[in-house]
Design a binder for this molecule. Structure first.
Ligand SMILES: Cc1ncc(COP(=O)(O)O)c(C=O)c1O
Length: 388
């Protein structure tokens, strides 16, 4: 199909997404190719998903093998690929938070976490953060802050939430009470513009949850893996009752993981939640292989090293158009003094695919396979685009 044919067929979809004017048809390592054969540096990994880059040989071989064996098996049967995935998850789960529910997306993982918190506490109140993003299904949307996502659905959202300012200790203390089922926080806000949670604030959330008998849910759907450790919160020394992750964990296959404590797992009655596709052999094999490669190739260390290098390189440009450079590992953003749209377009015109976060921030979520070479390519183009 050529670009015109691809666009014509795509117009049958409900127009929910602001479209970019290229069709991506192929990937190779840290680069993507469009239908006209143009090459792009991947600085977004499909919103933080393609953690191993594209067409990774070992990942591809594992999936081809699995497709030829078995792709679907309901959770009512045991399966070897699923158990391999669970063994890899056990290696990264923090002590005491090792029981999991497998689903197909970030929002489903959040949805299940909210249901489990409801079961464990018998309460319905949610405390979440302003600018927070947790997904678009009705339960997850209760925790998501952004008005434009919530407004059309007010009245039918799963639970009512109080949204407090991020990193504001007093606001958090004032909001949590004995009616709070769950405190739901992104340890690093992604959609909200790349903001790092302070360790003291995250710890206070854990203390408040313990004082009031609430469940602390850390949403590491976007921050998982790419900040230099499997989970940013745990690396900061704070362990919640539930960790939710998705995106990078299976390098592009649809997987959500909800990790909970034994105490929570033991309270969830059989049949209280479930998924036809969750934990199927194909995505489980992909997830197991992704986690194995991240571990054996130390992509955590690489993300930390290359992330520090690229963030320092962008700061060193000293651009007058930049208000702040924020982030850690391969999750970083540039807040501009003017709207970010034209800069995003200019980057694409120069062969680099990045993202926005809000109106002012250019967001970068590259594959964890980036090296200093890709960082240098980005810095060189930014030097031109953000120069005087
Ligand atoms: C922090 C966070 N939570 C939840 C979600 C929802 O994930 P999904 O789009 O896979 O449903 C996202 C997606 O961007 C996210 O960034």
């Amino acid at each position: 199909m050529n670009l015109d044919q691809i666009i014509a067929a795509d117009s049958a979809q409900i127009p929910l997404y602001a479209k970019r004017d290229i069709a991506l048809v192929r990937g190779e390592g840290n680069y993507l190719f469009d239908s006209d054969g143009n090459r792009y540096l991947d600085a977004m990994s499909n919103y933080g998903v393609a953690s191993l880059g594209h067409a990774h040989p070992a990942f591809t071989a594992a999936l081809v093998d699995q497709v030829g064996k078995l792709t679907t098996t309901h959770q009512s049967f045991y399966n070897d690929a699923r158990s391999q995935f669970l063994e890899e998850i056990a290696r990264i789960a923090p002590a005491g938070v090792g029981r999991s529910f497998l689903s197909n997306s970030g929002t489903e993982a959040i949805e299940s976490a909210l249901k489990f918190a409801r079961i464990a506490t018998g309460r319905s109140g949610i405390v979440a953060a302003k600018r927070g993003y947790h997904g678009r299904t009705l339960g997850a949307l209760s925790a998501t802050a952004e008005k434009k996502y919530r407004e059309p659905f007010e009245g039918i959202l799963g639970q009512q939430a109080t949204h407090v300012s991020f990193n504001d200790l007093e606001a958090l203390e004032a909001a949590v009470s004995d009616e709070t089922a769950a405190i739901v926080l992104e340890p690093v806000q992604g959609e909200g513009g790349i903001h790092l949670g302070d360790a003291a604030w995250l710890q206070r959330a854990a203390d408040l949850a313990s004082t009031y008998g609430s469940i602390l849910i850390f949403d590491e759907v976007q921050s998982g893996f790419r900040t230099g450790a499997p989970f940013y919160s745990v690396a900061q020394g704070v362990t919640p009752d539930i960790i939710v992750t998705a995106k990078a964990i299976a390098n592009g296959l649809p997987v959500g993981v909800t990790l909970v404590t034994d105490a929570i797992a033991d309270q969830v009655p059989g049949g209280a939640h479930g998924s036809t596709f969750g934990g199927n052999p194909l995505v489980s094999r992909g997830g197991a292989e992704t986690l194995r490669i991240m571990r054996e190739d130390d992509l955590y260390g690489q993300a930390a090293r290359v992330g520090s290098y690229v963030i320092a390189g962008i700061e060193a440009l000293g651009s007058k158009k930049v208000r702040a450079v924020r982030g850690t590992g391969l999750m970083f953003g540039i807040e501009l003094k003017a709207k970010a749209g034209p800069t995003l377009k200019a980057l694409q015109g120069r062969g680099i695919l990045a993202l926005m976060a809000g109106t002012l921030v250019i967001r970068f979520l590259p594959p964890m396979t980036w090296t200093e070479q890709q960082a240098d390519e980005l810095i060189a183009v930014l030097a031109d685009i953000l120069g005087d």
